[in-house]
Design a binder for this molecule. Structure first.
Ligand code: HEC
Ligand code: HEC
Length: 286
């Protein structure tokens, strides 16, 4: 090869390698473990006293009872045979590998805003946990909610394009991070945002509270428009998400107790500050 071509070829090679690296950093299971906590997956996929992520937890809803599936890497009863693509499709489109639709009781309406890298890291962590042989159980849903095919029209009516959380604004880095956590993996709106008659999230009332939350609880608003919540300082929010204790000394319970135990209580202080920065500074509905 001529000396003239060599540098050209080398830079071409380097460019290809660097480009590939920028597109897909190797999946990082340790980061994935943190994302699993941020996503609160254990609140639903680990039964009380059951093995981690092996499912079997019952979720009572107005539509019937959902029984969460096993998401350990067991090849037959878990998701051990799933490709990265299968996993990303489940989390962002609410579809199973066979193409059937998932119920939005699995909060993919929020998770679909997660970045591809975060999803790959989360999958790498799930691949690394102990496989548990525990067959998933059928949900106990009333007619017509037991017809999965009806979820096609439901999605058409209720799934707007996912919010683009990368959109730059004049806000701080912390606020951007907070928005990503709250709207994406943290899925706070799944309980704190009211739902329409079809069970879709009313995005115009983002985080404005939901009188009919999970298990019939009333879920309070967490926006500065609420006279009570507007008095919470950043430090109050961080402390409550870490420990469950409110500024008035009462403790948060019900399903928020699970969120604190499995999710926000395990997040870094800087991520909790980011959540607080976002909650204290509302945005227009996306
Ligand atoms: C609020 C409860 C809830 C949370 C939180 C939750 N899930 Fe689920 N998940 C469900 C339910 C219910 C289903 C079953 C949906 C269906 O059958 O249509 C499900 C299904 C799944 C499936 C499909 C499994 C299969 O065998 O088809 C995967 C994968 C999954 N969840 C992963 C996750 C991950 C990862 C997280 C955390 C980032 C998570 N889930 C958080 C309730 C939840
Ligand atoms: C599974 C449902 C659920 C999810 C998900 C959830 N919350 Fe909550 N949250 C509740 C309930 C229920 C309460 C009321 C608990 C009580 O008063 O004992 C609550 C209370 C709160 C409060 C106290 C508000 C007040 O005025 O007392 C804050 C702050 C809060 N949640 C923040 C969050 C954040 C941030 C997220 C997302 C990271 C989140 N929540 C996700 C159900 C949920």
């Amino acid at each position: 090869m001529s000396d003239y071509l060599k540098p050209l070829l080398i830079s071409l090679l380097l460019w290809t390698v660097l480009k590939a690296a920028a597109v897909a950093a190797p999946a990082d299971a340790e980061r994935g473990r943190y994302l699993l906590q941020m996503g609160g997956c254990s609140s639903c996929h680990t039964r009380d006293g059951g093995e981690a992520l092996a499912g079997g937890r019952s979720m009572e809803t107005p539509f019937g009872t959902f029984i969460t599936p096993n998401i350990t890497p067991h090849p037959e009863t878990g998701i051990g045979e799933w490709s990265d693509k299968d996993f990303i499709r489940a989390m962002t489109e609410g579809r199973a590998p066979d193409g059937s639709h998932y119920y939005p009781a699995f909060p993919y309406v929020s998770y679909r805003a997660m970045s591809r890298q975060d999803l790959l890291d989360l999958k790498a962590y799930l691949d690394s946990v102990e496989p548990v042989d525990a067959p998933s159980t059928e949900h106990e849903l009333a007619f017509p909610f037991n017809i999965r095919a009806l979820l096609g029209p439901w999605k058409w009516l209720n799934l707007n394009p996912p919010p683009d959380l990368d959109v730059r604004t004049e806000k701080s880095e912390a606020w951007m991070r907070g928005r990503y956590i709250v709207r994406g993996p943290g899925h706070c709106g799944e309980c704190h945002t009211p739902r329409n008659l079809l069970g879709g999230l009313e995005q115009e009332a983002h985080l404005a509270g939901n009188p009919e939350g999970p298990e019939g609880e009333s879920v309070p608003p967490i926006t500065p428009e609420d006279p009570g919540f507007s008095r919470w300082s950043e430090a109050d929010i961080v402390f409550a998400l870490q420990t469950g204790m409110k500024p008035d000394g009462d403790f948060l319970g019900g399903s928020m107790g699970h969120v604190i135990e499995n999710s926000t209580g395990k997040l870094t202080e800087s991520d909790l500050k980011a959540i607080a920065a976002y909650l204290r500074d509302p945005e227009e509905p996306l």
